[in-house]
Structures are given as C-alpha cells and as structure tokens.
Ligand binder design. Structure first.
Ligand code: SF4
Length: 445
C-alpha cells in the first residue's frame, strides 16, 4: 500500500491545503504513513511569505534528498507557494526532487504522483479556470477532531507591496455558500464543534448576486451543531459595519478578531499599499468594542519596512498602547522577490530591525499578561479540545481548550468533556495561557 507523509509550513491556508492533498491522495488509495521514515511519498507544502520560511524548506529538501540515496523509490514532491514561485527551477536545483505542483493543482495531486512514479520529473504550476480551482475543494473529509478550518475563498486582489500572495495564489475566488454550508454540515456529523472560516481576506468574500461575508457567517452559525464560529484573516479596509454588527448579533460567533494592522505609521501604511490609515484602524477598533465589549483583538505587525524611521516605529508602539492588542505576530520585514517593496529604498538594517522588534514584543508581552491577569475571577465558556499535553503535576488530569477570545485555558476535568463547551472560572493567568476550574460542574452539550 502506498504511504505518504506531508510536511506543512506556513499559514492556516497551507494547513488546510495539506488536508486537501491528503484527502485527494486517500481517494486514490494512498494512506498516511505513521512517520516520514515509512513513507514512499513525501510532500513538502511550502510557504514563501518570509525568507526564513523559504530557507527552512530548502534545508529540509536538502536533508530529504540525502535520505533518498538510501531510499531510491521514494517520491519527493514540493507543493505550495515556493513551488508556485520557483517551478522548474526547483527540479534543476534539487536533482532528487520528482514533483513540483503549485497552489491551484491540489486536485490533481494523485495523477501527478503517478506520472512521477512512472519516471517523469514533473513541474505543474500556474492558474486554472475557476471551475477547476473550486473542484480542488470537493473532498470535505479530514481526520476527526474538535476544531477545523473551512476554506471559503482563495487568492487575494489587494497587492500589499510586501506580499507574494496575489502573485502566487492568484486572484480572489469565493466558494459558493451552499457548498461551504454542506462541508460544515458533513463535518458536524463527524463530530467537529468549532469552524474557522479561512481565506487570505475573508471579509471581502462575495458570491453570486451580492451574498456577502456577514451573510455567510449568519448561514454557517445557524447550522445545527455549530458550537462556535471563527474567521481569519481580515483586512481592516474591508471591515464593514454589517460585519461589526455580526459580533453583536450572532451568539456563536467567537468574540475575537485578528485584524492585521502591520504598522502604526500612515507613511509606512501608504508605502505598504494597505489603503487605510491609523485613524481608520483605530475607529474600527472602537466600533468593534462598542458592538462587542471585551472582544479580543490580535494583529500582525511588520517591523523595519523600507523607510521606517524611528519616529514611524514609535507610532507603531503608540498604536500598541492605544489598542492594547491581546496578542500579535510581529516580524522583521524580509524582502520577497517580485514584490514592489523589494525595490524600495531604505531597508532597515538587520540589527536595528531586531532591536525594534524586541522592544515591540517585550511591550506586547507585558500588555498580554496584564489583559490576561484582568480575566482572573471571571467565568469563560471554553470549548474543550483535548488533554493538556503538558499538565503540571498539581493538575494531573488537565484538559485544554480555548475561550471565545481564542485564549488557551487549562483546567482539571474528565476526558468525557472533550468537545463540550464548558464554563470555566479563570484562576491564574500567564502570557500564553490561562488556568481555571470548571464552574459548578455546569456543562453544555
Ligand atoms: S491582504 Fe495584503 S498581506 Fe494579505 S494576502 Fe492580500 S496582499 Fe498579502
């Protein structure tokens, strides 16, 4: 029996794409290998959003090429954004590589693997007609679990100046709402409780005669068995009043939004082609907090974008103070080939970028801890996802889950509670997680 193993780098879209690759391979009779050493097909699903992510792919590829010398029948494949970006160059650079397939070719993976097995070195990248792109999402199946991603759209039309996604994933394509609803219904039947609707910019979702993202949220939230709904990622310019209202109106919509700010400086935001200002961003945060008091807000920040002066960086720090994000993903800018920002003058020198990043991250950690400590004593609804993999001895039978604000909560309890939404009183807070106890043994189904 053919056995495959997939290494996944990057974002939630890539995680979901790896599940789709696995589903298409399973349809063709392949089975997942217990580990990489037992696989006769190894696929690396890649990310090229930052240079570091791309370098990790090349390092893994080099190591697997060496392994292949003692396992000549193993098929080695590269998928995802690096595959889309490099295409045949990868075959030239890595002689042991058999197959390269791009982000639109997931639905063809089994046929491509057969070609590679027949001895052909295959590279297939580039765009597909919309109907074929959508067909790639047809198998809904995935391994059982509690919480899962559902792709509602792919591609992006925004062309932020630093980002490779529009070039590599193509223009925005939205899946029909009825197909998304059918996927969610089938996943409810397999036991899933929480659904994160994903896409590069979900709040620009639009399908048919104006069916919008808030409409899709209402449709999905109303499906029987959907315990909690989330979405990622949002572009601040597309955060509409209707979407803000949805937080007040949809009871099972999580009280959390990931809203990438990227910078607090209008000068830098313009150079990034983000098409909102710091003032726009702050106004939307205020509206969100009015509609949904206590909503958790997280963000992405790029430090050291070309031309970022100390004064621009200080404005990003000011934004952090003003919004008090619950958490953030922050990175030093890394130029990506083919983007407009790669040609911009004034890149911030690496050491200076790292200095600014440390200042930002240290302050974010302090704020996150302060916000988490303010939750001690409160009762939060926690969706229990499983057993805490690293229980402390005093909480030996520890469960783990997430509250509506997407914070990780650990607490003692019976594994029978997994998949339930349970009120938990928060008793301790750290930067990355909370601890608590189940409140009055109240558990909802
Ligand atoms: S919105 Fe901007 S950063 Fe996000 S995927 Fe599109 S181009 Fe990239």
């Amino acid at each position: 029996m053919r056995k495959f193993h997939i290494h996944t780098f990057g974002c939630q879209m890539n995680e979901r794409d790896s599940e789709r690759i696995a589903a298409w391979l399973s349809r063709a009779g392949h089975v997942p290998a217990a580990d990489e050493a037992r696989a006769d097909l190894i696929i690396i699903n890649t990310c090229s959003i930052r240079k570091k992510a791309e370098d990790k792919v090349y390092s893994l590829l080099g190591r697997l090429e060496k392994d292949k010398r003692s396992r000549p029948d193993m098929i080695l494949a590269v998928a995802g954004c690096v595959a889309e970006q490099e295409g045949e160059n990868l075959l030239r650079r890595f002689p042991g590589l058999n197959l390269v397939f791009g982000t639109h070719q997931v639905g063809r993976v089994a046929a491509l693997v057969e070609k590679a097995r027949a001895g052909e070195r295959v590279s297939l990248v580039g765009s597909l007609p919309d109907a074929d792109r959508l067909e790639g999402y047809r198998p809904f199946h995935r391994a059982p679990g509690v919480s899962t991603f559902v792709t509602i759209m792919e591609g992006c039309d925004n062309w932020c100046s630093y980002c490779v996604v529009p070039a590599l994933r193509g223009r925005e394509l939205c899946r029909p709402p009825e197909e998304i609803a059918n996927e969610i219904k089938s996943l409810v039947e397999t036991g899933y409780r929480e659904f994160t609707l994903i896409g590069q910019n979900v709040n620009s979702y639009r399908c048919g005669n104006g069916f919008s993202f808030p409409g899709l949220l209402r449709l999905a939230a109303g499906i029987s068995g959907v315990g909690r709904l989330r979405f990622a990622t949002s572009h601040p310019k597309d955060l509409s009043p209707d979407l803000i209202r949805a937080f007040a109106e949809i009871p099972n919509l999580a009280r959390h939004i990931h809203l990438p700010a990227q910078s607090g400086s209008n000068r830098v935001l313009a150079a990034m082609n983000r098409r909102y200002t710091r003032e726009d961003y702050l106004e939307k945060v205020e509206r969100l907090r009015t509609a949904c008091p206590g909503i958790a807000i997280t963000t992405d920040i790029i430090i050291g974008f070309p031309g970022e002066e100390e004064s621009d960086f200080r404005q990003t720090l000011d934004l952090l103070e003003e919004v008090r994000f619950d958490g953030s993903f922050s990175f030093v800018y890394s130029p990506r080939p083919g983007t407009r920002a790669a040609d911009l003058a004034g890149p911030v020198e690496g050491g200076e970028g790292r200095r600014r990043l440390k200042i930002f991250q240290d302050r974010q950690d302090e704020i996150t801890l302060e916000l988490n400590q303010a939750l001690v004593g409160r009762v939060h609804e926690v969706l229990i996802e499983g057993i805490n993999p690293r229980p402390q001895t005093r909480q030996a039978a520890s469960l783990t889950g997430r509250d509506s604000g997407n914070k990780i909560v650990h607490f003692p309890g019976s594994p029978d509670l997994i998949r339930k939404i349970t009120p938990v009183r928060i008793t301790e807070a750290a930067i990355h997680s909370l601890r608590g106890t189940i409140e009055n043994n109240l558990v909802s189904s």
